[in-house]
Structures are given as structure tokens and as C-alpha cells.
Design a protein around this ligand. Structure first.
Ligand code: AN0
Ligand code: CP
Length: 375
């Protein structure tokens, strides 16, 4: 693997999920792969989980790790070509990238959306320069539009928390032998594809039953500041891919009008503007704030569309969770309590925020392992 950006970079998700479980069984069994190899982790933005979990994953593989916080101690970097550099930026990305690449074997980059230009953000102007000019494998640690290490960890978490693991292709016969209460999910027969969005028309009542996919709901929630779309973009992309690969997931997105996600990530998803309706019968609720993606309102790209005080109904609380199928609560963290989710929901036994964060080490290790194997 030379680039880790999209779900397609990982190939078959059943294989990747099995590899994640193999990592969990013994995460130190590939130390030889990383011997005398160096991972460089470059942060243009803050991080707690990505920084620690990716560093830990690299160390599990026997790698050396260098972490650079560009805004703390490095020269301020110019990213535009053709600029007369008479301002506060002392170095250009076009020199910095090959220099940094000369000290390492793999490069991870975090560079959030800047909200200055939708075109620049959605063209991944910064990360694409790393891919083009570093000559090294590059993995995205949250870029302007995607956060694939998070989405992979989320998928691992959903699979683990589904009582009967999401079945592999061809296991339907095996599932039919089980008693209904053991079965939490199923998938189409070989050759059938799951129709994403069918849930909108035919929602089941409570109780798990054989022959039905699990229902995963991505819900917008209020936040005082403009946040990127990277996390919901990737979550949508990965849930839809999992669905299309037959992992038995019905995926629904709920948000106020104006927050429609870019079709390159969310096309085919069922969108329900009524949050309570979307939550009915959900098995997993994934909360996240995002700013206006500029799809239905191009002029509002990167904006918070309403005063958050008027949107507090969207904060995930016991009221919404009551209509779910005893759903698990998920969030990528960091989370603002009593904005995105109430204290009682995030502290409840159904909350997965800690195992989800722990799985960041696993998703990163699968990705780094594949990159080392391809060196
Ligand atoms: C970032 C975001 O929403 O993209 C990182 C989340 C992993 N969150 C904040 O900036 C608070
Ligand atoms: N979820 C996540 O990426 O967290 P950090 O921003 O702390 O890395």
C-alpha cells in the first residue's frame, strides 16, 4: 500500500477486519518488519489519539518514530507556489517535503480543512503534495476531507460489538443454524448486493432477528465552532463500502437541512432529516458535528449554519436513545459533553467511545504493517 486515504486502499474489508483481529491477538509478532525503519508523523493540527495510537502502532511493529508538530518549533511553511515569501513563512513545503522524506520510510500527515477555499480543501492540496513530492508511502491522519484511520477503527469496533460477528460471505447457511437470539446481522447471498437505504422504507421494530442487517445512524450534533467534514465523510464512505461488500449494514445519516455531505463520500446513503425518526430501531448511533459541506449551499462552505443555542435538541440524550434498539453510542473524540452528547449517554454501559479510541492503535497497525510489507 502506497497511500492510505480511502476505504478502497484497504481492499476487501473482511480480510482487513480479520487482520485487525490477528493484530489484537499478538500485536508484537511483526517486530522484524519495522526494524531499522522510521515513521515520520507530521501534525499541522492538534491531536491526542492519532498522535499516541499511531506512534504506539509503529512501535509495536518495531519501527522508530519521529513526531513533528509543524506549528511548534518548525519553520512556518508556505504551501502556495508563486508566492513572494516576504511574510511570516520562512520555508516552502516544496523543499520541506523532500527534506523530511529523506529522514524516514513512511509518512503520516494531519492537515485539517482550512475553510478558505472549498476547492483547495476538497482537492486535498496539502496531502497531494506529500504524495507527489515525498517519494514515500503516505497515510492520512485526518486531512481536509477524510479521516480513514478513524473510520477503520470505527468499523472494527462495530464488528466487535455486534454479538454474532458480521458474517463473512457465504456464511449464511451457518447463520441459519443458529438460534435467532444469537444472530445480530446477516448479509445478502453471494452475488446479491445490499440495497443501501432500503431501511428508509422498511424499518423493523425492536428486537434482533435473523435475516436483517444492523442499523447504523450517523447523526449531526451541535457545536459552537466550525468543524471539518473529514470524520463524517470517512464514516459514510466506510459504512457504505462495508454495506456494498455484504457486511450487513443499513446506514442512515441524519442532520439539519444544509449539512448534506459530499456525494463522493455519501452517495447512496439514506438521509433522514428527522433525527427521532432516524434513531428508531438503531443498533449503533454515531454522533459528530460538522460544518456546512457546501453541497446544497456552496456559499456557506465551512460555516455553522445556525446559532447552536437553537439546535440543542440535536444533542444526543436519553430522549433519542430511548427509541433505538438499545443502541451503542459512538463518537471519535474529542467530544464536548452536553453539546454533542449528554453525560448520562456517554457514561452509559452502551457507550463505546473508549474501545473505539483503543482500536485506533489496531487500525493504524494494520495500515503501517501493509505499508511496510510493500516497501
Ligand atoms: C476534529 C474534527 O472535528 O475533525 C478532530 C476530530 C478527530 N475535532 C476538533 O477539531 C474538535
Ligand atoms: N479521534 C481523533 O482523531 O482524535 P485526535 O484528534 O485526538 O487525534
Amino acid at each position: 500500500m502506497k497511500v492510505f486515504q480511502h476505504v478502497t486502499d484497504l481492499g476487501d474489508l473482511n480480510v482487513a477486519l480479520a487482520e485487525a483481529q490477528e493484530v489484537k491477538r499478538d500485536r508484537y509478532q511483526w517486530q522484524h518488519l519495522g526494524r531499522n525503519k522510521t515513521a515520520l508523523l507530521i501534525f499541522f493540527n492538534n491531536s491526542l489519539r492519532t498522535r499516541l495510537s499511531t506512534q504506539k502502532a509503529a512501535m509495536n511493529l518495531g519501527m522508530n518514530v519521529i513526531v513533528l508538530d509543524v506549528n511548534q518549533g518548525a519553520w512556518k511553511l508556505e504551501t502556495e507556489r508563486g508566492v513572494v515569501m516576504d511574510g511570516d513563512k520562512s520555508e516552502h513545503l516544496l523543499e520541506a517535503i523532500p527534506v523530511m522524506a529523506s529522514y524516514c520510510d513512511l509518512i503520516g500527515v494531519r492537515s485539517f480543512a482550512r475553510f478558505e477555499s472549498r476547492e483547495d480543501d476538497y482537492e486535498e492540496k496539502i496531502l497531494n503534495q506529500f504524495i507527489r513530492y515525498s517519494g514515500r508511502p503516505v497515510f492520512f491522519m485526518e486531512s481536509a476531507t477524510v479521516h480513514p484511520l478513524q473510520a477503520f477503527a470505527d468499523l472494527i469496533t462495530i464488528e466487535e460489538q455486534t454479538p454474532s460477528p458480521l458474517p463473512l460471505k457465504g456464511e449464511r447457511g451457518h447463520l441459519q443454524d443458529q438460534v435467532p437470539s444469537q444472530i445480530h446481522s446477516t448479509l445478502p447471498l453471494e452475488g446479491e448486493s445490499l440495497r443501501v437505504g432500503e431501511l428508509c422504507s422498511g424499518m423493523r421494530g425492536g428486537g434482533l432477528c435473523p435475516g436483517r442487517p444492523i442499523k447504523v445512524v450517523l447523526s449531526w450534533a451541535p457545536h459552537p465552532k466550525a468543524l471539518p467534514q473529514a470524520v463524517p465523510n470517512s464514516f459514510a464512505e466506510w459504512m457504505l463500502a462495508a454495506s456494498q461488500q455484504g457486511l450487513g449494514i443499513d446506514f442512515v445519516i441524519t442532520h439539519p437541512e444544509g449539512y448534506e455531505l459530499d456525494p463522493q463520500f455519501a452517495a447512496g446513503a439514506c438521509v433522514e432529516y428527522d433525527q427521532m425518526k432516524a434513531f428508531e430501531g438503531a443498533d449503533f448511533v454515531y454522533a459528530k458535528n460538522w460544518s456546512c459541506p457546501g453541497v446544497t449551499r456552496p456559499e456557506d462552505y465551512g460555516k455553522v449554519l445556525h446559532d447552536y443555542h437553537t439546535m440543542m435538541d440535536w444533542c444526543v440524550s436519553a430522549r433519542q436513545m430511548a427509541v433505538t434498539n438499545d443502541a451503542h453510542f459512538m463518537h471519535c473524540l474529542p467530544v464536548r459533553r452536553n453539546m454533542i452528547v449528554t453525560d448520562d449517554v456517554i457514561e452509559s454501559p452502551r457507550s463505546l467511545v473508549i474501545p473505539e479510541a483503543a482500536n485506533r492503535e489496531i487500525s493504524a497497525q494494520v495500515v503501517l504493517k501493509r505499508m511496510l510489507e510493500a516497501l
